[in-house]
Write a protein that binds this ligand. Sequence first.
Ligand code: GDP
Ligand code: IMO
Ligand code: MG
Length: 438
Amino acid sequence: MASTVLVGTQWGDEGKGKITDLIASKYDYVVRYQGGNNAGHTVVHGNTKLALHLMPSGVMYEHAVPVIGNGVVIDPGALVKEMALLEAEGVSCKNLKISCNAHIIMPYHKDLDGADEKVLGKNSIGTTKRGIGPCYQDKAARKGIRVQDLMDEKIFRLKVETALAQKNPILEKIYGIHTYTVDEIMEEYLPYATILKPYMAETTQLLNEALRSGKNILFEGAQATMLDIDHGTYPYVTSSSCGSGGAAIGTGVGPMAIEKVIGIMKAYTTRVGGGPFPTEQLFPENGGEGEMAQVGEKLCAVGHEYGVTTGRKRRCGWLDAVIGKYAVDVNGLTDIALTKLDVLSEFDTIKVCVAYEHEGKRYDYLPMQQSVLFHAKPVYEELPGWKGVDITGCRTFEELPENAQNYIRFVEDFVGAPITMISVAPERDCTIFRGWDR
Ligand code: GDP
Ligand code: IMO
Ligand code: MG
C-alpha cells in the first residue's frame, strides 16, 4: 500500500477515526501531523466504542506504530489520561512514538483560550477550549515549550520561568484571571515528563528511515479542510494546517513520499462552533422552522451528531458539493471515502448543493470574500432517495439501491475524484470497497 494522507473534507467529524482504523492494518506507521486533543475520533469494535483525541487511530493494531508528529500540540496530562484509558480497554500504547519537536500545551494556554472566547462574545469561534490556538500562537511567536524541553528539568524550569514572566501579567492585567507559579507548573508537569520520556523519539528520522526501507505510512488528519488555518473559513478555523499539505510539515517527510490522499466526506455536512455554513438546516432553537428545522433535527438525531470532545450538538445540513470540489483541489484528493450514507436512508429526496447565489450572482466555486459565503443561498440539485431501505448490510456497490448508486456517481462526478470507499454504519466491517486497492 502506498503512503497515504487521510484528511477531512468538510468541517470535521466526517468519520476519519473509523476509516483510519479500518485501513490502518495495511500500514506500518499511523501518524498524527497536526491539531491536538481538540480532535475526537471514534473507533468502534463490536460493543466497544473508543474516543481518541491525541492517539493515532492506528493504535488498535499491534503491528502499526502510532506516531505523534512534530506538527501536533500535546497536552501531556490529556495524553497520559488517554493512554491509561486505552490500556484499561486492553489497547497497548507501548509502540507510541512522540516527536521531541511537538509543542506542549501549558495550563495558561487553556485559560487564554477560554478568556479570548469570552472577549469575542457573539463573534466567538466556539473553540474546544483545549488551549490549541494559544499554543500554536506561542509556536509561531517562537516562545513555545516543546516535548524535548521536558527531557531536562533545568531547561524546562527555565522555559517555564521565561514564559510566566510574559503570561502572568497578561492573565492578571488583561483578563483578570489567576496566575501561576513556576513551582506549581513543575509539580504538575514533571510527573508527565517521567511517564512520557520512554515514548519520546526523533520521529523525523524514524519515518524517513522507514520510507527508505520500503515501509508505508498513513498520515491521519484531524479537523478538516474547512477548518484549515489557510484554506478554511478563517477566522472560524482551528490553528493548524489540517489539509494534506500539513502532513509533510507536521512530520518531516518530503511531499513526494505521499502517494495517495483520501478525503473523508460525510454524505451530508456538519459543523461545530461558529462560522459560515451555507447548507445549514437550522434547528428550531436557532431560528429554523418548517421543513428546514425537520431536516436538521432528523440529520442530527439519526446521525447522532453530538461532539466527541465537547458533547455539543453539531449544526447539520445537506452535502455541500462546492466545498467538496474545493477539498479535492486543496488536498489533491486521489480517493474519497463517503461516510454515513445510511443516515440518508431516512429521506424521500436528497439535496446536494452545487453552487451558491448572492445578490443575483452565481458562484460555482468558493467565493473570494467570506462575507459572500456567510450570506450565500445554496443552489440545490434534488435527487431521488431510497427511503426505508436498510443499506447497513450492503457490502458491494451493486447491492446498494439504484438511487444510492446514482447519488454516489453524481457526487463523485461533480467534485472530480472517485468515491472508492462507502461507509454504511460505524463498525469497521460495515464498509464497501470500490476499486480502493488500485
Ligand atoms: P472524526 O472526528 O472524523 O473521526 O469523526 P467522529 O468520530 O467525531 O464522528 C463520526 C461519528 O459517526 C462517530 O460516532 C462514528 O462512530 C460514526 N460513524 C462513522 N461512520 C459511520 C457510518 O457510516 N454510519 C453511521 N451511522 N455512523 C458512522
Ligand atoms: P475532529 O478531528 C469538529 C472546531 C471547533 C471550533 C474551531 C476552533 O474530531 O474532526 P479549536 O479548539 O481547534 O481552536 O476550535 O474548530 N473544531 C472541530 N470541529 N471536529 C474537530 O475535530 C474539531 N476540532 C476543532 O469547534 O469551531
Ligand atoms: Mg470528531
